[in-house]
Design a protein around this ligand. Structure first.
Ligand code: CA
Length: 187
């Protein structure tokens, strides 16, 4: 019983920290448009309601299309991870997500990209993510990109997330909660 209580409290303390950590604006396209995002303007990107992963909308991107978002609220020497859910209606395409950290003049950068091809025959959303990446000393902003290198028809993106490792404050809260429970039990 006590272990269950600890687990629940740990979960309650962790969930809000994780939920508030997503730095992406309009991450699930639930505004019904590309608010917060910049489509490539090739005419290959649209917000669709045909196949959302969660909510009502997803980003539907055709061949050679992409959308980007600039994230200013990134801090040097802090670790970030980018993830997204992707769906492809048939085998044989390739998509990617990438994050690039830039200095203030955009002349220095550090990028990681993850490419994705669906598991053959698997018509369902799959999650891809980068490693935890530490923003370089010079970081002034980051740019996130969801793109399609090739697709028989389209690839859907939804629930894009740029997560930051929880701040020490929330970890302290978590530890305090756990310790508090232990002391209470002994008392
Ligand atoms: Ca959505």
């Amino acid at each position: 019983m006590n272990k269950i209580a600890i687990f629940i409290i740990a979960l309650l303390l962790t969930i809000p920290a994780a939920a508030s950590a997503n730095l992406i604006t309009n991450p699930g396209f639930e505004t019904g448009n590309f608010s917060g995002w910049s489509p490539y303007a090739y005419g290959s990107e649209q917000v669709s309601s045909a196949n959302p992963h969660t909510g009502t909308y997803e980003a539907r991107i055709n061949n050679y299309g992409w959308v980007t978002q600039t994230v200013n609220s990134v801090t040097p020497n802090t670790a970030y991870k980018l993830s997204s859910y992707l769906y492809m209606p048939q085998d044989g395409g390739e998509a990617s997500i990438s994050i690039t950290f830039y200095n203030s003049t955009g002349t220095s950068s550090f990028q990681q990209e993850r490419t994705w091809e669906r598991i053959p025959g698997s018509a369902q959303y799959e999650k891809i993510e980068t490693d935890w990446l530490t923003a370089p000393d010079y970081t002034a902003y980051a740019r996130v990109r969801c793109s399609v290198a090739s697709a028989g028809s389209y690839i859907d993106f939804d629930d894009v997330s740029l997560d930051v490792i929880p701040e020490p404050g929330s970890l302290v809260l978590l530890l305090t909660g756990l310790l508090g429970l232990r002391f209470k039990k002994r008392a």
